[in-house]
Design a protein around this ligand. Structure first.
Ligand code: ATP
Ligand code: MG
Length: 530
């Protein structure tokens, strides 16, 4: 119904300018825009001009013989140059206000319904020239163009309101309407009432105010950050918050908010219950935590078993500095017992003891670290140093299997960000795999090459190359999966653990070459400053 559409204030302002100008140009006391509001007629806009007796918002009953009434009825222009001299007009109500001449045109909605009139009135006789009639008619066209646009807009508004209505009724997500001024929720669908545990009676009694239903920690952000944006732009990007349910418990929700129209008094909010999703997220976090715990327990077992494998050769390694200590101690004692005692030689012997003892004790503490099940610690690790320690621990094993180790460690590498023991465990697994692979074949030299290099993009790259038989192709794809092994005594966990360690450090581990000459494993670890 076009009759129901309100003319917005901004349009009324523009129309005011038009009638002011008309009155000025035509030198008349009144230029008006009238609107029909059966059974009355209303002065919608009245010119701000000297001696104008009409005021905006005044109404007069129809069926009283007003000039404008005739224009609306006949939908024709009307020109009355002198009402007093005109038998048809000498009794019309406008004469009481002193208006004895009139020129008016009908204004219509785009669908032909009458909106009202635009007219000028004068206290004296006035024949209004043809140019004035054209001017009035041009103004009328402007008003009708405005009405055209208003009707189109209201159609869109009605359409979007109908769409919202359908959504509200569908009950798929919670929806409520609220008064911007009072924050009272004036309408809500069942889905929303279910989410917050209220009922229709609460709604009817205006007992639901979204501000009161918002926990204080969320309300602060709503009032400080969101409301101003809503007032300014008419809408809010979806966001998460919580509401108090009627029983006082909290419910996490995702919200979308908009105002119906510019400066409108009501807002609409779409509410999605996130309880399930939050539970699922917590579940996922819990299972992720359990997974990490299992991984770390497994990694520990793997270290202990690998180290167990190495016990014989490690104790052999340890025997060397300890034996040297004993030998140097006897030598030192002999130098002291000599006549005269050779203090310089004795001092040198004790220095050697000192050095060997420190070497043995360093080795012991590295071994202890590897046996410990300490929580992951990320710090700056000098990768070359960590690798050298692992090489020392595996030297016995390597020598025993006739493997020659070549180290190509790049100098001046930046420290990587990581847990030293875990990175050493990864190295240990790769070296042990290489030694085991090479021991399985008899022909050809057994060479193990370990390289470190700075990698582009703030990482260090470590390469472990062997001259063994390579990975059987049918295994190459599953290599990093748990329990993939070709060894009778293998667990098949070594590479799985290596990869999870490297990935936890933000790096990658790949089998990058796999040929008859051997396998090449390569991993990267981000540097501390990455
Ligand atoms: N350097 C290598 N050369 C050839 N094959 C290799 C090499 N490294 C690993 N593989 C193959 O990959 C498989 C998986 O290695 P992974 O370290 O995961 O387990 P594993 O060594 O068999 O057992 P463990 O759990 O005791 O380490 C090995 O059984 C072997 O077949
Ligand atoms: Mg292994």
């Amino acid at each position: 119904m076009p009759h129901a559409i309100e003319v917005p204030l901004s349009t009324v302002d523009k129309w005011q300018d038009i009638v002011n100008l008309l009155a000025e140009i035509m030198c008349v006391p009144s230029a008006l825009i009238m609107r029909t509001k059966a059974p009355n007629i209303e002065v919608l806009v009245s010119s701000h001009s000297e001696g104008n007796p009409y005021e905006a918002a005044e109404t007069a009953p129809l069926d009283t013989g007003l000039y404008c009434e005739t224009v609306m009825e006949t939908r024709q222009p009307l020109l009355v140059p002198d009402a007093l001299a005109d038998v048809d007009w000498n009794a019309n109500p406008d004469i009481k206000l002193g208006m004895i001449s009139y020129m008016g045109l009908p204004i219509s909605w785009p669908d032909g319904e009458v909106f009202g009139t635009i007219c000028v009135l004068d206290r004296k006789k006035n024949a209004y020239s043809n140019q004035f009639l054209r001017l009035l008619s041009m103004c009328r066209d402007i008003l009708q163009a405005d009405l055209n646009m208003l009707m189109a807009l209201s159609g869109q508004l009605a359409e979007s309101q109908a769409r919202i209505r359908r959504l509200v009724d569908a009950d798929i997500i919670g929806i409520f309407l609220w008064e911007v001024d009072t924050q009272v929720i004036v309408e809500a669908n069942d889905a929303f009432l279910r989410i917050v545990g209220y009922d229709r009676e609460d709604l009817r009694s205006r007992g639901m105010r979204w501000t009161a239903m918002t926990p204080p920690d969320w309300l602060e952000v709503d009032l400080r950050d969101r409301l101003p944006v809503l007032k300014r732009s008419g809408r809010l990007q979806p966001f998460e918050k919580e509401y108090f349910r009627k029983d006082g418990s909290r419910v996490p929700v995702m919200m979308g908010v908009a105002r119906f129209e510019d400066g409108g008094k009501e807002g609409v909010a779409f509410v999605l219950d996130l309880t399930e999703r939050k539970l699922a997220e917590a579940d996922a976090r819990e299972s992720e935590r359990r997974y990490r715990e299992t991984q770390s327990a497994l990694a520990h077992v793997n270290r202990v078993t690998t180290m167990g494998q190495l016990t014989a050769s490690i104790s052999h390694e340890l025997k060397q500095p300890i034996g040297a200590c004993a030998m140097n101690a006897s030598a030192g004692l002999r130098w002291l017992a000599a006549q005269p005692p050779n203090l310089e030689e004795a001092r040198l012997a004790f220095e050697r003891i000192n050095k060997d003892a420190r070497q043995a004790s360093d080795m012991m503490s590295h071994i202890r670290d590897l046996f410990k099940n300490a929580p992951l610690q990320k710090e700056g690790v000098q990768i070359n140093e960590a690798i050298r320690e692992v090489i020392t621990l595996t030297r016995g094993e390597v020598v025993q299997h006739g493997v020659a180790v070549q180290m190509q460690l790049a100098e001046d590498l930046p420290p990587v960000k990581g847990d030293r023991v875990q990175l050493q465990q990864a190295m240990l697994n790769l070296i042990m795999n290489a030694v085991e692979a090479m021991s399985a074949v008899d022909d050809g030299p057994r060479e193990l090459t370990i390289r470190t290099a700075a990698d582009a993009g703030h990482a260090v790259m470590v390469t472990v190359r062997d001259s063994g038989p390579g990975v059987p192709p049918e295994h190459a794809v599953r290599l990093f999966e748990p329990f993939c092994t070709t060894k009778s005594s293998g667990m098949g966990m070594g590479l799985t653990i290596c990869r999870s360690i490297i990935q936890a450090h933000g790096g990658t581990l790949e089998l990058c070459e796999n040929e008859a000459r051997g396998a090449v494993f390569q991993f990267t670890v981000p540097t501390l400053d990455a």
